[in-house]
Write a protein that binds this ligand. Structure first.
Ligand code: HDL
Ligand code: ZN
Length: 437
C-alpha cells in the first residue's frame, strides 16, 4: 500500500492490478451451494437431476444464451425444437459445440466465455477436445470446485437468487431450513409473481396457508406481508428482488393497479421495516419464443419515470435498479444523480457484452463518479464466474485507468491507495454499504 503519488505512465498498470486483486462480492447470480443438489455428481456425492447447482462443460455449452445462438446456426426447420429438447444434455452440448465452435468461429461473447473459462481452468481450448474436457470435469468434487472457481475468479461471495415461487427451490427450503447456510453464498428473496401476476400469486399464497385473495383487502395485503416476512426469515435474504417487464409502471399513490398496490402496500413496507433494499431488474419481456426455453425472453424499453416516483415517494426504502434496454441507460444513470436511495448496478444480460459494458461503465463513471456498482455476473453455471469477471474486470480497469489519466492531465495525481480505494468501492463496498443502509 502506498500514499506516494504515481506517474501517469504507471496508471494503467496499477489500475489493472488493483481491479484484478480486489475480490468482488457478486451481487446477482443464479448459483447455489451443493446443498441445493447438482445434476453432475463429478467426484462428489450422488447426482440430483433436479439439483440447482449447475457446473461443468456441458452446462457451459447448453447455457440458454448458446441455445438461442445455435438456433441461428441451425434453425428450427432443420432441427425441430422438440427434437433438441429430447436430446440428452451431452447431446445438446455436442450439437452446440459442433455448430458454434467447430463449424463456425466462436465470435460471440457467450461462446468466447466458454473458451476463457476452459483456458483459466488450465485446459487448452485450442485442443478443441470436448471429450477430454468432459473427463477433466468428471474428476472435480463440486464443493471443492466452488472454492477453486471463486479463487480463480477472485469472487469473495456469491449472491444467490432464491425464487420462492419456484416449486423446486421452495421445497428445498421447506425440507431443510439450513439449505442456504453456506457462508460462501448470500441469499436473496426473489418474488416476481407478486408484482407480475397478483391474482396467480394470491392463489398460490392461499394454497400455502396465507389469508391472501385476489381482492386486495386489508386482510389480504396483511397476509401477503406475512408471507414475505416468513420467507425473509426463512432465507435470511439480504435484499428483495424482482424482474419486471418493459410495461412496468408505478404511477404514484393513486395507482390502483394490482402490481402497484402490491408494491406500495406489501413489498416496500416489509422491506423498509426490515431495513432491506429492493432490487428492480426492469425490461425483461418473457417468453417471446417459448420453444427456446430460458432463452426465449427478450428486451423492451422501460419507464425510468416510475423508478424516480418510487425513489421520491419511498425515501425510507433503498432501491437497486438495473434496466435491460440500452436505450434506458442514460436516463437511468441521470435518475441516480437525483436520489441517493437509488443504486444503479450491472450490465444485465443482453448488455453484458464488451462494447456495451465499456459504454455503460464510461457513462456511469462520468455521471456518478465511483458511486455505482458496475457489474454483476448473472452466472447460471458456476464456472461462468471465471469468464464473466475476467472479461468485466478488463473493461472496468480500462475505463478507470482512462479516467485517472484524464485526472492526471488536469493536475490531480492519484496515489496507489486512491486507486485501490476506487477498486474496492466499485467491486465490493458500494454494494456492502448500500445493503447496510
Ligand atoms: O431474471 C433474471 O434474473 C435474468 O437474469 C434471467 O435469469 C435471465 O434468463 C438471465 O439469465 N440473464 O442473464
Ligand atoms: Zn439474473
Amino acid at each position: 500500500m502506498s500514499t506516494a503519488t504515481i506517474a501517469p505512465s504507471q496508471i494503467e498498470e496499477l489500475v489493472t492490478q488493483a481491479i484484478n486483486e480486489q475480490p468482488v462480492w457478486d451481487m446477482h447470480t443464479h448459483l447455489y451451494p451443493t446443498s441445493f443438489g447438482t445434476p453432475l455428481a463429478g467426484a462428489g456425492g450422488a447426482a440430483d437431476p433436479q439439483g440447482l447447482l449447475l457446473w461443468g462443460v456441458d452446462e457451459l455449452l447448453t447455457y440458454h444464451y448458446l441455445v438461442a445462438e445455435v438456433y441461428r446456426a441451425v434453425p428450427a426447420n432443420k432441427l425441430p425444437y422438440a427434437d433438441f429438447w429430447k436430446m440428452s444434455k451431452q447431446e445438446q452440448a455436442d450439437h452446440i459445440w459442433r455448430e458454434l465452435f467447430l463449424e463456425r468461429t466462436p465470435l460471440s461473447e457467450a461462446c468466447r466465455g466458454v473458451l476463457t473459462t476452459l483456458e483459466r481452468l488450465g485446459l487448452d481450448p485450442s485442443d478443441r477436445d470436448l471429450a477430454g474436457y468432459r473427463s477433466w470435469f468428471a474428476e472435480q468434487d463440486p464443493s471443492d470446485y466452488i472454492d477453486r472457481v471463486m479463487e480463480i475468479a477472485n469472487v469473495s461471495r456469491i449472491t444467490m437468487t432464491n425464487a420462492v415461487f419456484d416449486e423446486n427451490e421452495r421445497n428445498r427450503w421447506l425440507a431443510d431450513p439450513q439449505v442456504g447456510a453456506d457462508p460462501r453464498f448470500a441469499p436473496v428473496l426473489r418474488f416476481d409473481n407478486l408484482l407480475r401476476d397478483w391474482a396467480g400469486a394470491a392463489k398460490l399464497l392461499s394454497e400455502w396457508g396465507y389469508e391472501v385473495y385476489e381482492e386486495q383487502s386489508d386482510a389480504s395485503l396483511e397476509g401477503a406481508r406475512q408471507f414475505l416476512r416468513d420467507w425473509l426469515d426463512r432465507t435470511q435474504g439480504i435484499y428483495g428482488a424482482v424482474s419486471l417487464p418493459p410495461s412496468f409502471r408505478y404511477g404514484g399513490a393513486d395507482d390502483q393497479s394490482s402490481g402497484s398496490v402490491a408494491l406500495r402496500e406489501v413489498v416496500l413496507p416489509v422491506l423498509a421495516e426490515r431495513g432491506l433494499p429492493f432490487a428492480m431488474m426492469i425490461g425483461s419481456q418473457l417468453q417471446v419464443n417459448p420453444s427456446l426455453g430460458d432463452g426465449g425472453d427478450t428486451v423492451g424499453k422501460s419507464d425510468v419515470a416510475s423508478v424516480l416516483t418510487l425513489c421520491r415517494d419511498f425515501p425510507n426504502n433503498r432501491f437497486f435498479c438495473t434496466m435491460l434496454a440500452r436505450e434506458n441507460q442514460h436516463e437511468l444513470t441521470v435518475a441516480a444523480r437525483k436520489f441517493g436511495n437509488l443504486m444503479v448496478f450491472g450490465c444485465w444480460w443482453f448488455l453484458n457484452n464488451p462494447s456495451l459494458i465499456d459504454e455503460l461503465t464510461r457513462m456511469r463513471m462520468e455521471l456518478l463518479g465511483p458511486t455505482f456498482i458496475p457489474q454483476h455476473s448473472d452466472a447460471r453455471v458456476l464456472d461462468q464466474l471465471i469468464y464473466k469477471w475476467d472479461h468485466s474486470r478488463q473493461l472496468i480497469a480500462k475505463v478507470l485507468a482512462d479516467k485517472h489519466a484524464d485526472l492526471a492531465a488536469s493536475g490531480w495525481v492519484a496515489s496507489e491507495d486512491d486507486i485501490r480505494r476506487d477498486a474496492k468501492m466499485l467491486l465490493h463496498s458500494n454494494f456492502e454499504n448500500f445493503l447496510a443502509g
